[in-house]
Design a protein around this ligand. Structure first.
Ligand SMILES: Nc1ncnc2c1ncn2[C@@H]1O[C@H](COP(=O)(O)OP(=O)(O)OC[C@H]2O[C@@H]([n+]3cccc(C(=O)O)c3)[C@H](O)[C@@H]2O)[C@@H](O)[C@H]1O
Ligand SMILES: Nc1ncnc2c1ncn2[C@@H]1O[C@H](COP(=O)(O)OP(=O)(O)OP(=O)(O)O)[C@@H](O)[C@H]1O
Ligand SMILES: [Mg+2]
Length: 248
């Protein structure tokens, strides 16, 4: 791909979209991971001083604050940090306490992880509305295809500048934008629990996902895994359905 052309295309679109929405700028959650890093650099080009990155640490999950700070400094995006550890512990603790015996401990890790993603989403929306900003998403087409995101959590956003780009293309953009090697070379992770990586949890590599999305053949076992992820997450790619309308 002609990376320079695509970067300019996204930056132009961000500017146009913001203007037609009547917004002043945009806000993004800064995790220190590749996707939010690329979005931060693009937002800085599109929104200048009205690009805001927000570090949202929850000290229950893995901490990558140093990387997020490095991104803020390197991209020169305005940034703030909002500590969500207590809010998470309080909110999630109340649910556990109230459900008591009915609380299913087997799924608690995943449920807690999704709760964290939605808490971050709520926080970003509060900041966005307060500043007349839009919430800028970081999802790419590889994640969207597999459904590897929390419904109404990290994909609860206003616009998604990377949605037509595969993970490998996001990495190309990162190189073009001068993202530090430390960020470029990290294994993609939601950082929602110790040792979590996207590829381990999904059971397939981004290389295989992206090969498939490019229309190339992948091993049968990978294709089976990918189709399962895609089908089971179909509901995440649509607005909530209701019963069909009756005539009278
Ligand atoms: N057929 C259907 N029609 C309508 N709704 C349906 C449904 N099936 C489930 N649902 C609903 O969807 C919920 C399950 O979806 P969801 O809540 O998303 O949860 P789920 O897909 O189980 O988990 C999210 C996955 O994304 C990963 N993640 C999360 C956040 C960030 C990142 C990252 O890469 O940074 C990754 C996380 O590690 C996990 O593997 C169910 O609890 C139910 O409410
Ligand atoms: N600690 C955090 N602080 C602020 N935002 C966060 C934090 N953790 C996750 N997010 C938000 O959730 C998004 C989804 O996470 P995801 O892991 O898919 O992307 P990433 O971390 O940017 O890149 P990578 O997939 O390479 O790890 C992030 O891009 C970011 O906007
Ligand atoms: Mg990440």
């Amino acid at each position: 791909m002609d990376t320079e052309k695509h970067v300019q295309h996204i930056v132009n679109w961000l500017k146009e979209y913001k203007d037609q929405a009547g917004a002043k700028g945009g806000v993004v959650g800064l995790s220190g991971g590749l996707d939010s890093t690329v979005v931060a650099y693009l937002m800085k080009r599109a929104f200048g001083d009205h690009a805001l990155g927000v570090l949202l640490p929850i000290h229950n999950s893995v901490e990558a604050e140093e990387d997020a700070l490095l991104v803020a400094k390197d991209s020169k995006i305005n940034h703030i940090g909002i500590e969500l550890t207590d809010a998470f512990k309080e909110g999630f603790g109340q649910i556990e306490k109230t459900l008591g015996e009915k609380w299913n401990k087997d799924s608690a890790q995943l449920v807690g992880a999704n709760f964290q993603a939605r808490l971050r989403m709520s926080t970003l929306y509060a900041i966005a509305q307060n500043n007349q900003y839009l919430v800028i998403g970081t999802g790419n087409s590889s994640e969207l295809f597999t459904g590897y995101f929390t419904k109404y959590g990290d994909e609860g956003v206003d616009i998604n500048p990377l949605v037509n780009y595969r993970k490998e293309q996001v990495k190309e953009m990162a190189k073009y934008l001068g993202v530090p090697d430390r960020i470029l070379n990290k294994a993609p992770s939601a950082d929602l629990w110790e040792g979590q990586t996207d590829e381990k949890e999904m059971g397939i590599s981004y290389a295989a996902i992206d090969r498939y999305l490019r229309g190339e053949e992948i091993p049968a076992e990978d294709e089976k895994t990918l189709m399962k992820l895609h089908k089971s997450s179909e509901h995440k790619r649509h607005l909530p359905p209701g019963p069909p309308q009756l005539d009278a």
